[in-house]
Design a binder for this molecule. Structure first.
Ligand SMILES: Cc1ncc(COP(=O)(O)O)c(C=O)c1O
Length: 379
C-alpha cells in the first residue's frame, strides 16, 4: 500500500532524539530549531516525560470518558497553577484543529449565533469550521465554504469597529492567534487584542485565543495574549501540550456553562495523554522553562537583528521569524543540508524558529555561528 502523498518531504529519516537534537538513520546529528513544528516544548525524549508515560502505560493507557479519570483533574489543577487561569474550565481533545473546532462550536452554542470573525493570514486547522476560519482557500474544500465566517484585515482596528457596528449582534466569536505562526510570525498589536476584547464585551460575542502554536509558554508567558493583559473567553491549546504526545484542549471561562453531551470525544483526555501532559507542566515548572524562554528569546532576537542580511526580525520568546531576501533565498535548505539544522518556514520567504523551550544558550550560539557561515556561503 502507498502512503497518501500529501507532504513535501525532506529526504531524511529521523531515528532518535534527545533534548534539542535529532539523529538520522545514518547517525548524523541535527540541531532542531523547528521543534517538530513547535511541538517539542520540554525537549525531545525528556527523561521525566518518558518515565511518566512508561509508568502510566503499565497501569492503564486508555479508558473512555464514561468513568472518572483522576489524571484529568490533576492536569486541570496543574494547568491552573502554571497558566494562572485558575477559574477556567478544561475540555480535553486530541489536536489543534479539534481544539479550535470545539471552541468555535461552543461559542455558537453559548451565544446562539452563527457569525465567526477571523483574520487575514490566519491558520486554525483543517477540520470543517477551523478550516473555514483559515485564510487559505487552497485547503478549504467546497463543502467547508461558508458565509458564516468573515475575514477582516489582521491588526486593523478600524475594520473591526466598522464590522461590529454593522454585524456585531450576529457575531458568535472572534478568533485570533496572539502571534500568527503559519501566517509568518505576525504579532497581534496590543490595541488590536484590546479592541477585540472590548467589542466582544459590548456585543456579547466570545473572544477565542488560538494558542495552539503561540501558547504553552512559547513566547515566555503561558499565552501570547498574556503579554497584553487581555483575557480571552476560550484558549485553544495543542502542540507543546504533550511534547509530541497527541493532546489538545480548550480553557473555558467560568461564565460559559457546560451541559452533558454538548462536547465529546472518544480519545480526548485519556490516561496516557494526561500523563504526558502532566509531565510537560511538571518539567516546565521545575526547569523554569518560561523564564528561560523569555531570556533566550530576547538574546536570540537581538543577535539575529545584528545580522544585516536578515530582514524584519520579529517574534517573542522562542517564536521567531525573519524575512530571507532573494539573494539568500535557499538559506533554509543550506542550513539543513550543509549545517544539519532544522528550521521552519512560512511562505513565501520567512524562516520560522520554533525550538524546544529547553534550548540552551550554547545551542543558540551554535545556531548563530552556522547561520552566519551559511550566509557567507552565498557570497
Ligand atoms: C495556530 C494554529 N492553530 C491550529 C493548528 C492546527 O493544529 P493541528 O495540526 O494539531 O490540528 C495549528 C497547526 O499548525 C496552528 O498553528
Amino acid at each position: 500500500m502507498k502512503l497518501f502523498d500529501v507532504y513535501p518531504l525532506n529526504n531524511i529519516s529521523i531515528e532518535k532524539a534527545a533534548g534539542s537534537y535529532v539523529w538520522d538513520d545514518k547517525g548524523r546529528a541535527y540541531l532542531d530549531m523547528y521543534g517538530g513544528h513547535a511541538v517539542i516544548s520540554i525537549g525531545h525524549t525528556h527523561p521525566h516525560w518518558v518515565k511518566r508515560i512508561e509508568e502510566q502505560l503499565h497501569k492503564i493507557a486508555f479508558y473512555s470518558n464514561s468513568v472518572i479519570i483522576p489524571l484529568q483533574q490533576q492536569l486541570a489543577d496543574k494547568l491552573a497553577a502554571v497558566s494562572g487561569k485558575t477559574d477556567y474550565q478544561l475540555f480535553l481533545c486530541n489536536s489543534g484543529a479539534e481544539a479550535n473546532e470545539n471552541a468555535l462550536k461552543l461559542a455558537s452554542f453559548y451565544t446562539g449565533r452563527k457569525k465567526i470573525v477571523a483574520f487575514t493570514k490566519s491558520f486554525h486547522g483543517r477540520t470543517s469550521l477551523a478550516v473555514a476560519a483559515t485564510d487559505n482557500p487552497a485547503i478549504v474544500a467546497p463543502v467547508n465554504e461558508t458565509d458564516h465566517v468573515v475575514f477582516l484585515p489582521f491588526n486593523d482596528v478600524n475594520a473591526l469597529h466598522e464590522y461590529f457596528v454593522k454585524e456585531g449582534n450576529a457575531v458568535a466569536a472572534v478568533i485570533t492567534e496572539g502571534i500568527q505562526g503559519v501566517g509568518g510570525i505576525n504579532i497581534a498589536s496590543d490595541l488590536f487584542l484590546q479592541t477585540i476584547r472590548s467589542l466582544c464585551n459590548q456585543y456579547g460575542a466570545l473572544f477565542i485565543a488560538d494558542s495552539v502554536q503561540c501558547g504553552y509558554g512559547r513566547t515566555g508567558k503561558f499565552f501570547a495574549h498574556d503579554h497584553v493583559g487581555v483575557e480571552a473567553d476560550i484558549y485553544s491549546m495543542a502542540k507543546g501540550m504533550g511534547n509530541g504526545f497527541p493532546i489538545g484542549g480548550i480553557l473555558i471561562a467560568p461564565h460559559i456553562q457546560p451541559k452533558h453531551g454538548m462536547l465529546g470525544t472518544t480519545f480526548g483526555g485519556n490516561h496516557l495523554a494526561c500523563a504526558a501532559a502532566l509531565a510537560v507542566l511538571e518539567v516546565m515548572e521545575q526547569e523554569k522553562l518560561m523564564e528561560l524562554t523569555a531570556e533566550n528569546g530576547t538574546y536570540l532576537i537581538e543577535q539575529l537583528k545584528a545580522i544585516p542580511e536578515l530582514e524584519n526580525v520579529r517574534g517573542r520568546g522562542l517564536m521567531i521569524g525573519f524575512d530571507v531576501p532573494n539573494h539568500i533565498k535557499d538559506l533554509k535548505k543550506i542550513l539543513l543540508q550543509e549545517y544539519r539544522i532544522f528550521t521552519g518556514e512560512a511562505k513565501p520567504n520567512v524562516i520560522r524558529l520554533l525550538p524546544s523551550l529547553a534550548l540552551q544558550r550554547e545551542h543558540i550560539d551554535e545556531f548563530l555561528q552556522s547561520l552566519k557561515q551559511a550566509i557567507i556561503f552565498f557570497k
